[in-house]
Ligand binder design. Structure first.
Ligand SMILES: Nc1ncnc2c1ncn2[C@@H]1O[C@H](COP(=O)(O)OP(=O)(O)O)[C@@H](O)[C@H]1O
Ligand SMILES: [Mg+2]
Length: 328
């Protein structure tokens, strides 16, 4: 299950991603955490010491390796240089599975120890700035995450949780369509719900499932405001958490000590994410990645690579959870 946490800076994306990851890990659900936020804080939010978190090798630094591995012996993709972030898999491509070792995980994944011997696998994009988010093209720092998601065949009881900043590149490249469920974290303010509106408007045409999580809610007026702004899309709200604040002070409290209302909220997130499996449609998923690839090829990719990138599309290929022939 591919889950994104998006929202304005400071809304609590990283905090709620990390809590959801801890919840899944505590339930012994295999979970891969992807830090694709501007401020790379997910590792620390999961309890890694700063130095250890900063030393996790970024996906962005391994793009040649990632592209070479994923293209396998796909004859439609001539070289790693002509592979852009939206290049879809086809016959001969290598697909990624969460329960297998592969060179991408070998190069970049860091195992984060959590409570009670639970663990999460952490991948990070590496640091980027607000400017990078407007870059629709080759140098987008989140390109490695898109390639990862577009080549991933994940099953029902295994999770990828992406802590993500929504920028114009997520909409131009189709990144926002890559998730079984998108949780929009919103504070009960007008600014807080602005990212929700933007997402909802893009999501409408693509059948993107999204729900809003109200965060830092202080009372009935806040809940009323969110309900009025967001309506049925409001899934659950969380208030201020002393547990989270203690973590920010550097105190390590056991996850089971999180406030009961917040533990229940995480259970609600898990149920909503799990229920999204029924709406999964690999044909639509593949069609959408092709749609955005053709758009990116025409708008900058062909020119940038000097190749006809539309020819990379394998018209017979559909991503699926069924075992597929893989190149050696
Ligand atoms: N429910 C909460 N209770 C207490 N503090 C919170 C809560 N949600 C977020 N915070 C705090 O707010 C700040 C911003 O949260 P963060 O998760 O880093 O936001 P984002 O990733 O969206 O920029 C952090 O200091 C975090 O600890
Ligand atoms: Mg963050």
């Amino acid at each position: 299950m591919k889950i994104a946490f998006v929202g304005k800076g400071g809304s609590g994306k990283t905090t709620l991603s990390s809590l959801f990851i801890r919840h899944l890990a505590a339930r012994r659900v295999p979970v891969t955490a992807v830090d694709a936020d501007i401020n790379q804080h997910l590792g620390v939010a999961l309890g890694l010491p700063e130095e250890r978190a900063a030393a996790v090798p970024p996906l962005g630094g391994q793009l040649p390796l990632i592209k070479d591995y994923l293209r396998g012996d796909n004859p439609r993709i001539a070289s790693a240089e002509t592979m852009i972030k939206t290049t879809p898999p086809g016959a001969g491509s290598r697909l990624l599975r969460l329960d297998e070792d592969n060179p991408v995980f070998d190069a970049c994944a860091h195992t984060v120890p959590l409570d009670d011997e639970a663990t999460a696998r952490l991948l990070v994009t590496g640091p980027f700035t607000e400017d990078d988010l407007g870059v629709a093209c080759y140098h987008s720092k989140t390109g490695a995450v898109e390639l990862f998601l577009n080549h991933l065949v994940d099953g029902r009881d295994e999770y990828v949780v992406v802590d993500m900043t929504a920028g114009s590149d997520s909409f131009a490249s189709g990144m926002f369509t890559r998730f079984d469920m998108t949780f929009v974290v919103a504070e009960p303010t007008r600014k807080g719900v602005s990212v929700y509106r933007q997402y909802r408007d893009y999501a409408r045409d693509f059948g993107v499932p999204l729900r809003v999580i109200g965060n830092k809610v202080q009372g009935p007026d806040d809940i009323e405001f969110l309900r009025a702004q967001v309506g049925e899309d409001l899934l659950v709200t969380l208030g201020h958490s002393d547990w989270v604040r203690a973590l920010e002070r550097g105190e390590h409290r056991p996850f089971t000590g999180l406030e009961p209302a917040n533990l229940r909220a995480l259970e609600t997130l898990h149920e909503a994410a799990d229920a999204a499996y029924a709406r999964r449609d690999w044909e639509r998923y593949t069609r959408q990645m092709v749609h955005f690839h053709l758009k990116n090829a025409a708008s900058w990719g062909n020119e940038r690579t000097g190749a006809d990138l539309a020819a990379q599309v394998d018209p017979d290929f559909v991503l699926s959870e069924a075992p597929s022939p893989q190149p050696a």
